[in-house]
Ligand binder design. Structure first.
Ligand SMILES: [Zn+2]
Length: 75
């Protein structure tokens, strides 16, 4: 029951072919690129999102879960 620990597994859904894949999110960096294993499209975050998990995953990335902002973002 420790709410401080973010979920690290997210299911990415490819917007091109609809392929889904469970991936473990890195905690120390933002993953900006992700290649769909089925259609080989390289996904990039949508405008305003820090990483592919925030845009296409079932969960937002760990730093967004914990702090509401992305570790890699400069602001
Ligand atoms: Zn795809």
């Amino acid at each position: 029951m420790n709410k401080a620990i973010p979920q690290l597994e997210s299911v990415l859904t490819c917007p091109v072919c609809g392929h889904t894949k469970r991936e473990t999110m890195p905690t120390d960096t933002c993953q900006f690129f992700y290649e769909c294993e089925r259609c080989k499209t390289v996904l990039r975050p949508k405008a305003g999102d820090c990483c592919v998990f925030c845009s296409y995953g079932s969960l937002r990335c760990p730093s967004m879960q914990a702090r509401g902002r992305c570790r890699g973002c400069s602001d």
